[in-house]
Write a protein that binds this ligand. Structure first.
Ligand code: NAP
Length: 291
């Protein structure tokens, strides 16, 4: 039987509406409107497009957005100075520094400066550290991993006791997803570029999260029948039949995988929309904590 399609777009729309309603209620109660500052350094077109999407979503949810665009040759000291200013600005409840930063800037050094209580991306080492510790909670959970967990729960996945396999161990997706799944009492295996015989590992997964950035690498015969499959990958493949000359595909070969999986996210329309919804939710949470 073909898999249930997990509609990230629809679930994200519901969450965004919930945030918009909560923001309207706050403002009607005379409380401060939540504010998100975005910092964009350089002219990477994908980063510009991501930040545009995030600002538009803020506007639709009634969240004020403070945008700062800096040229690619901006010094690390200048970026840090800007972040410190945003830390002190009471209108700003959340700070998002769009990654990647230009090579000359040490990302870690910049992320460390963000006030943890405004770290709505959840990438501050303290937030990731708290995520890894038993009995502690981060101030903010990174947005894409939080979105993935929400999709799994909305799709009805029983995570406690499940065997979960995460493909990828990046700081922004793979590792925090693995930590969140452990918190949900799943038994988690994290795979990466040195893992031997990936299909043998993934075939044991009740829940598979693919975040490797390799177009359609996960095939149908890598899956346990009935598995929940979350495809985080966003990869461009040439397609002369389209106007743009390319199309976006995930890390999972969707057409064949959806014949074996129990439930699966599409690309686009799965994880992507959830990332923005979670950013809005984290910004609202930051504003609520501040007041
Ligand atoms: P990343 O930092 O490049 O990390 C990729 C991970 O995959 C690494 O841990 C790497 O292993 C592993 N890997 C790469 N090739 C592999 C292979 N052939 N076999 C096994 N493991 C392999 O990527 P990322 O930032 O986590 O992003 C992953 C994908 O998710 C990308 O396509 C990205 O565009 C997408 N993404 C989507 C969203 C969204 O909102 N939809 C958000 C973030 C990312 P090593 O550690 O050994 O190098």
């Amino acid at each position: 039987m073909p898999a249930t399609i997990i509609d990230g777009k629809a679930i994200a729309a519901e969450l965004r509406q919930e945030v918009a309603d909560a923001v309207a209620e706050r403002v009607a109660d005379g409380k401060a409107r939540p504010g998100l500052a975005t910092v964009l350094v350089g002219d990477d077109p994908a980063s510009h497009s991501y930040v545009r999407g995030k600002r538009k979503a803020c506007e639709q949810a009634g969240i004020e957005s403070f945008h700062h665009e800096l040229p690619a040759d901006t010094s690390q000291a200048k970026v840090i100075e800007l972040v410190e200013g945003l830390n002190a600005d009471q209108r700003v409840h959340g700070i998002l520094v769009q990654l990647p930063l230009p090579d000359e800037i040490d990302e870690e050094a910049v992320l460390r400066v963000i006030d943890v209580e405004k770290d709505v991306d959840g990438f501050h080492p303290l937030n990731l550290g708290r995520l890894a510790q038993k009995g502690r909670e981060p101030y903010f959970t990174p947005c894409t991993p939080a979105g993935i967990l929400t999709l799994l729960k909305k799709a009805g996945a029983e995570l406690s006791g499940a065997r979960a396999v995460v493909l990828g161990r990046s700081n922004i997706v793979g590792m925090p997803v693995a930590l969140l799944l452990v918190k949900e009492n799943a038994t988690v295996t994290v795979c990466h570029s040195r893992t031997k015989d990936l299909p043998a590992v993934t075939r044991q997964a009740d829940v598979l999260v693919a975040a490797i950035g390799r177009a359609e690498m996960v095939r149908a015969d890598w899956l346990q029948p009935g598995a929940y499959v979350i495809d985080v990958g966003v990869n461009r493949v040439d397609d002369p039949a389209t106007e743009r000359g390319y199309r976006l595909v995930g890390d999972v070969a969707f057409d064949e995988a959806s014949q074996v999986a129990g439930a699966i996210t599409p690309v686009p329309g799965g994880v992507g929309p959830m990332t923005i919804a979670m950013l809005l939710r984290n910004t609202l949470t930051a504003a609520e904590r501040a007041s």
